[in-house]
Design a binder for this molecule. Sequence first.
Ligand code: PRX
Length: 659
Amino acid sequence: MQNPSSTISALLQEHRRFPPSESIASRANARADLYERGREPVGFWAEMARGIDWHTPFTKTLEWNAPWAKWFIGGTLNASVNCVDRHLADGRRTRAAIIWEGEPSVPGNIGGEVRVLTYGDLHREVNRAAHALRDLGIAKGDRVAIYMPMVPEAVIAMLACARIGAPHTVIFGGFAPEAIRDRVNDCGAKAIITADGGYRRGNVVPLYDNVAKAAEGAPTVQKVLVLRRVGEAVRPVTLKAGRDVWWHEALDAAPTSICPPEMVDSEHPLYILYTSGTTGKPKGMLHTTGGYLVGTMATARAVFDLKDDDVYWCTADVGWVTGHSYIVYGPLANGATCLIYEGAPDFPDKDRFWQIVAKHRVSILYTAPTAIRSFMRFGDAFPARHDLSSLRLLGTVGEPINPEAWIWYHEKIGHGRCPIVDTWWQTETGQILITPLPGVTTTKPGSATFPFPGIQADVVDEQGNPVPLGSGGYLVIRHPWPGMARTLWGDDERYRETYWSRFPGIYFTGDGARRDEEGYFWLLGRVDDVLNVAGHRIGTMEVESALVSHPSVAEAAVIGVTHEIKGQALAAFVTPRAGIVADDRLIDTLKRHVATTIGPIARPDQIFITAELPKTRSAKIMRRLLRDIAEGRVLGDTTTLTDPAVVADIRERYAHTEA
Ligand code: PRX
């Protein structure tokens, strides 16, 4: 299990608690009886399902034939209708759906360019884009990849796909061409939607160029739709005739009429989202329509306590599940006003986030512990420069939050006034599963507190028996929930094996957790070879495959080491092929190679060159030992090693690198 340091500090601070304030409790969306109602999950979720618009009502709530779940059987609906059309009828036509701010500073402006799309505007744009996709030959069931900057068109593209029943697969804009190609090929995408570029920390990310490279080896791709974001003067691109079309031309040519939504079965695929697992091949988690919308809408409403006068800002990228569930589907299904910011938190200066909060009067902020730890490091002066009085609720996601960061967030950002919701969930779960309910739950810094109503989470030992309160084990979920992934795209068996075989019929999360004497859940990090670097999920095997794909490398092992800001950082141990000169240049080359194969987020912080990797007699790499070495700890028992000299060699080299 990883992240022991956050566990220790959590234990130290367990006595600190923050009960809900009267003012929040009195007007919160969630009431204590929600937990009561959630005791019977099937009835509870059927009740939650009344919050969305069904074209045909469902006749049965759940069909559960472990591990295969079907929710809201017989129901038909459309996700874009639920996120957009229905808000035109409920008085939100002129209300902002999206407030967008670009990264580059605009002269004479505080901050960057701003665009506001009302629900009426969003409706028009989604309809135009849906028409354009249909005109390009995209039909129900076809997969569409989206590789976009953080601009409103990314959301419009997702909703346009949903409107015509074409599952989207959003690929994070930081991924490299090879990673794009793997994903596009795995799901057989027929089209890719991208942009000429996007701004990130003052640079232009060459999105179109990456897509063009990826598309070379992607035979299913027939069309590429290209948004002009940065413009010809900044990044000229030459479209490939016959395949590529400008977004604005395609939308201008589309009819201005409403594009009739495809009313799909509740279990129709809404999207595929790739995430790292314990093998080199990313997994395409498949999410379907009805259950996912119910799960994300109900949780967004209760956890973020969304109200009509809120400005809600989730700082994630739409390329991750947090962006899918809590920038797009959950908040928009609730008719919320969502802020979207294109760029980096520290550009042009370290107070950009706080400037945005003040400028747009953000009331709900949802971000990652890594960001909070960076802000702590930058110093209190940056948030202190800005008026943060609009904030009323703060959230975190993606990794355990250490109590120190929780307290800082509470005091320096929330000014002691805002409840914090530490939300635990995964790409697989689709929706938040463990979280406080603002106005209801007493929080403890560092604990995600309790399962959401209707969720049956537990902590079990190796045999699957619940551990007594006060001890740790594996986090599992006993009863299905509507937002759960249904399978892995094209690989039912791997889905069953990965999540449902360790404890038959019970969902295995891959996380360790502990419950304290009062039943609070404390997340302890992954128990498998998946790392969490700055809230991003990275499989050690993916990085190892990238390293060994380099001609200089014979063997590689990748581990996560504790990192003060990022939670974990990547360290790699590499054995070069015979005759290769192992010097600093090789280390640089290999770091770059990983960044250009997977993406900059997978670039190892440290690479140690070693003559051999330490292995057990059964030829398994001793990762624990590598972690001890990389973190400078005293070595434990190494008697199972084939050649203890390897360890001495590694230690010696490590000491050398440190110096
Ligand atoms: O280890 C847990 C960690 O992030 C993993 C899921 O990563 P991903 O699928 O990329 O989704 C991230 C956003 C939902 C989990 O297995 N994790 C997520 N949220 C928390 C967390 N760990 C501790 N506390 C959290 N609040």
